[in-house]
Design a protein around this ligand. Sequence first.
Ligand code: HEM
Length: 478
Amino acid sequence: MDITQFLLCPSQIQYALRSTLNYFLASTRRANEGHRPQTDFDIDPTTGFVPPEPLPRLPSDYKIWEDALSEAPDVLRLGDDMSDEAKELSSDGEAWRDRIRSRPVLDIQRLKDQPRLLQRAHLVLAWLVQYYVHSLPPTSPPTPKRVPESLAVPLVEVSKVLGIAPIITFADTITWNWVPINPDRPVSIDNMALAHSFSGRDDERHFYQVQAAVELHGTQLLRIIEDYNRIPNLDDFTSIFKVARDLTRLTAIIEEISDLIQSMRSGCDPHIFYWEMRPWFDGSDAGGPSQPGWIYEGVDPHTPELQYLSGPSGGQSTVMHALDLFLDIDHKLQQKRYPSPSAENKRADHGFMDRMRHYMLGKHRAYLDYLEKSPRSIRELAQGTPTLREPYNNAVSALKKLRTLHMRVACLYVVNMSKTANPRSACPVAAMMERQAATMEADARPKKREPIRGTGGNELALLLKAGRDATSRATLKN
Ligand code: HEM
């Protein structure tokens, strides 16, 4: 055989090299076309959605806000607290609220070009609003809570610039609510101390810390998403092998997040959560549609931002949304998947997750929109690539398990606790009688009763089950 027939002349070699290079460049371009790095969306490579440094305190022009927040835990108790300590503090609390009402409306112009200061202003004002509203003595019948102009106007202004809801959010309580223990060491969950707490309890610290740990853990997931979106060519064996390996790593990350959620129980007592912490988180719609909401004085009631006045929720965690989008979980029931949604699933609030995006920084919401529009669905890739099907399904199954565990946590902390008596009753005997009455009422519960609501004001059992079932429906069938 004449082997010279297989040898290429220099011009043929040049041609082959050029074609290979062109092919590589074209596929890289295709992959990177429209690709935007995560840093464009205020996502830090090491801390993700958590800012890489603590938020700075506001400049002296805004000292009255910072001072009011420092003072609040010492003088304010929940409005329905009838304990001796609360009674003793009631005139100091009223004086604090008087001062808030009489404060001028500060101009936020000086903060406008400084995102971290705007975030700090949002945090301070949003915490002040919760302190103000929930320390007001209850009225019978309930009347709308009026948020004074001095808080409402700048909070709405700051929120418009940041693109976030004008109320306390997941960011204000979790991702921004920390100071470093040792400023010379990098950001990590062990180096973060809580900046603000409503109850001052260790339980509240633990509650925030677990969720901050989830957010920090999420940076690994963000790296997997970024790598996936940057792979130039998904047709070759090496790329598919990398995607399979990353899906396996993703499954482990989801399992670790599940462990973190489970760890809530070791440091946060459900009774303390439900009665001492949660009432501070309630938003304008916490009582459901039949209860009066809040009025932001000095703000046009048609301002679009005022549609978003629910309390903070894990549903506002950008990490969890990114995970859902990456795995293509269809919360809105827009795709034909099996098994078909149950009647209960159909009744749930399908707009919840979309609405929760408005409680995130505008830039983080933009990242989710960007992910949603990505033409590279990993689910579709796995559907057409037998080697990816199992790793993809394992990740979905881990997320389904996470949601099942989360439902148990929500049941323990909210549903079960809603059947216990309010410990803030006037006297121990009344509290005991109230507890007995609550038990009897639970036993003989009338057929039609108010649904148990999440801080987002929705029927939580329906919502959480629908989320779990939507996750399950992403599973690829053979
Ligand atoms: C004591 C601990 C917790 C309780 C009582 C709890 C309770 C709830 C409730 C009642 C909801 C319904 C929606 C609403 O807020 O109105 C919800 C939603 C949600 N929570 Fe939690 N949660 C807890 C911890 C966590 C943690 C640690 C995470 C992790 C980030 C998390 C993530 C979510 C997500 C992503 C949703 C949206 C619904 C879904 O994706 O299934 N939660 N939670």
